[in-house]
Design a protein around this ligand. Sequence first.
Ligand code: FAD
Length: 152
Amino acid sequence: MAAQTYDIITVGGGIAGSILARAMAQHGAKVLVLESATSFRDRVRGEAIAPWSTKETMEMGVYDILMAAGANHLQYWNEYHGTEVMDRLDFVANSVPQTPMLAIYHPDLQEALINAAADAGAEVRRGARVSDINLSGIPTVTANLDGQSAEF
Ligand SMILES: Cc1cc2nc3c(=O)[nH]c(=O)nc-3n(C[C@H](O)[C@H](O)[C@H](O)COP(=O)(O)OP(=O)(O)OC[C@H]3O[C@@H](n4cnc5c(N)ncnc54)[C@H](O)[C@@H]3O)c2cc1C
């Protein structure tokens, strides 16, 4: 089968791959996202986005997408002794970007971002497990899709 060609192929539709794919598709690149998971499962994650990263979500244009996907503002870091609050840090008042932390369930975060990449025009293939990347000559990516090997 002839290889299908793209300007950019992101291996994995995680936070990094999906945001990159979205940004580049918005700028006119022909982008393919190959993501092995057909649905995102719960993984052990802290699920808190630091204040300075909240600012970056705004700069990258994905803050509203995360809020629509169920993100919550975490404004305070409380330290407890038993049930008594001993110390409280106000992120909005005290962090340099003056933004709160964001908290969001990781599978919802991934789902929202990979859908945003598709909405921006990136071609998204789910259930596509990349098995090889060959960088000699014209770079090629080999993936297993529905039990079949495909080259991009
Ligand atoms: C225990 C733990 C707690 C954490 N807590 C926090 C936190 O509180 N706050 C924070 O900001 N960060 C936290 N992190 C870090 C954060 O989760 C990562 O920085 C972030 O997920 C990295 O994003 P990514 O897109 O690079 O990779 P990932 O999120 O890992 O996404 C990679 C994607 O690639 C896909 N993939 C992998 N291999 C292939 C393949 N061969 N073919 C196709 N697809 C493939 C996967 O299915 C996945 O969807 C934590 C990490 C861990 C492990």
